[in-house]
Design a protein around this ligand. Structure first.
Ligand SMILES: Cc1cc2nc3c(=O)[nH]c(=O)nc-3n(C[C@H](O)[C@H](O)[C@H](O)COP(=O)(O)OP(=O)(O)OC[C@H]3O[C@@H](n4cnc5c(N)ncnc54)[C@H](O)[C@@H]3O)c2cc1C
Length: 474
């Protein structure tokens, strides 16, 4: 089975050392080439399936470095990849042969507590952002794994534990500074370059390299009510039907996601449950602790849980709660669908698949979105699906390359079987590298406008190492 996705055609002209030295002299950051110390580390991303060898990695230290890198790649005819946190399942942060604009060293997060705003550089992780904002009791909604990059997450949309209360990450984006394909730095906001601002909010890295994000912040925590209730998978049918009913009328403050997998050896689980099939309800209340206890009561009263470990928790800790299960270095393949409703058929199918997980690190996630994110009009941003309240993400995860076929085949089979229950759109940030032909459907009604904006800002499709929107024909 061919699973490794070759990067789109790259320039093959040799690059002479004089040009590289001249580039280096102009930069605040550094250039790594094959053989440089640190090259292998710099080309390694979260998903160990990705093993690509760019010719140059420019470790940018400023927007000026990004401009020089875009100009250099254009002059040399090199394919460009852009690296934020390097977490994307598709591995688009790294290309073969071309030039990687590596933003991972640009990590500054500056909070203005009076204005409730944060200016964030594109190498910051969710942990970097939460650490700074929570120092002021403020937060911006992001995702559930603290080592994820703010940049890629934001450009695709971004949702997590406090999205139902405060909206998607992009709903809190006030402005962005972007280096476009012509090597110019522009600002995009509701008032400046409005079409670019629309496209950046969901359209991924298609429109340029974002060198700074400005977010609106909200008071939160620093302690929230959060944790897990763990059930035997055998009880999943009843639990999931009750879950579906309860979350339908849940307050925006309450978010509860479902994880079905084999139990990891967590200290709060009785030893006899380690390795056995479980369903976990993972929940967080973005508000007052007492109100959270009331809001969670019905979900916590379901069935006969193996463990209930919900309590007041530092928000930054809860944001990192899943990190130990999602460490870099494993082989990963994901398949995702948007569901407007969690139908009986979908529930049955997902439970059945959870009884047949191919390995101990595989899991099926059901994210519950909606709330404030669902009340934003579809046409307000490029994010394609405001009605989908549930997002299925099949995390297939293993260690040995000899097992690629078995694991990937399992995920694809489940994905195909679940398709009749799904809306047809998809979250681009959960799409693997072999779904290039799904991008148009993923964006649904927003694709046409995105393609038009792509033609305006990147007519030659310079930025194509992403879930690629092709420039509309002239
Ligand atoms: C373990 C794990 C958990 C996750 N959980 C969530 C979750 O809870 N919620 C959620 O919404 N998402 C989640 N995601 C998905 C995540 O949003 C995407 O993987 C996202 O692309 C990661 O961003 P990054 O900057 O780390 O990735 P990268 O791999 O660095 O980049 C991803 C894409 O964005 C482009 N890009 C990156 N930075 C820039 C920039 N500055 N300018 C232009 N283009 C850029 C890249 O070229 C690439 O195409 C999760 C991912 C992982 C691996």
């Amino acid at each position: 089975m061919n699973v490794s996705v070759k990067t789109p055609s790259a320039g093959t002209m040799p690059i002479d050392h004089v040009s590289i030295t001249a580039l280096e002299r102009e930069l605040k950051g550094t250039v790594l080439t094959q053989g440089s110390p640190g090259y292998d580390e710099a080309r390694t991303v979260w998903n160990a399936m990705i093993d690509r060898r760019p010719r140059l990695i420019v470790r940018c230290a400023s927007a000026g470095d990004v401009i020089k890198s875009v100009q250099f790649a254009t002059a040399q005819g090199l394919l460009i990849a852009v690296r934020g946190g390097g977490h994307n399942i598709a591995g688009n942060a790294i290309c073969d042969d071309g030039l990687v604009i590596d933003l991972s060293q640009m990590k500054s997060v500056r909070v203005d507590p009076e204005a409730r705003r944060a200016r964030v550089e594109p190498g910051a992780t969710l942990a970097d952002l939460d650490r700074e904002t929570q120092a002021f009791g403020l937060a911006v909604p992001t995702g559930i794994n603290s080592t994820t990059g703010v940049a890629g997450l934001t450009l695709g949309g971004g949702f997590g534990w406090i999205t139902r209360k405060f909206g998607l990450t992009i709903d809190n984006l006030l402005s962005a500074e972007v280096v476009t394909a012509d090597g110019k730095l522009v600002r995009a906001s509701a008032k400046e370059n409005g079409d670019l601002f629309w496209a950046l909010r969901g359209g991924g890295g298609n429109f340029g390299v974002v060198t700074a994000f400005e977010f609106e912040l909200h008071p939160l925590g620093p302690t929230v009510l959060a944790g897990l209730v763990v059930h035997p998978l055998a009880d999943a049918a009843n639990i999931l039907k009750d879950y579906r009913r309860i979350v339908k009328s849940a307050p925006d403050e309450l978010t509860c996601w479902v994880v079905m997998r084999k139990a990891p050896p967590l200290p709060f689980l009785p030893a006899e449950w380690h390795g056995r099939e479980i369903l976990a309800l993972a929940m967080c209340y973005a508000g007052d602790i007492k109100a959270g206890e009331t809001a969670m009561a019905e979900l916590r009263s379901l069935g006969k849980p193996i463990a209930d470990v919900i309590g007041p928790t530092p928000f930054t800790g809860w944001q990192a709660a899943f990190d130990p299960l999602l460490t870099p270095g494993a082989r990963n393949y994901w398949k995702s669908h948007d569901f407007v409703q969690l139908s009986d058929g979908a529930i049955e199918l997902l439970i059945d698949a959870s009884h047949n997980l191919p390995g101990p690190e595989c899991e099926i996630f059901i994210a519950h979105v909606g709330g404030a994110a669902g009340r934003v009009p579809l046409e307000a941003s490029a994010f394609p699906q405001r009605d989908a309240h549930f997002v299925m993400n099949v995390h297939t995860r293993w260690r040995e390359s000899s097992m690629d076929e078995a694991y990937i085949g399992w995920a694809r089979k489940l994905f195909a079987a679940a398709a009749p229950h799904a809306s047809g759109t998809a979250y681009v940030n959960f799409m693997p590298g072999d779904e290039a032909d799904r991008v148009e459907a993923a964006y649904g009604n927003n694709y046409r406008r995105l393609a038009g904006i792509k033609r305006r800002y990147d007519p030659a499709n310079l930025f194509r190492m992403n879930q690629n929107v092709r420039p509309a024909a002239a």
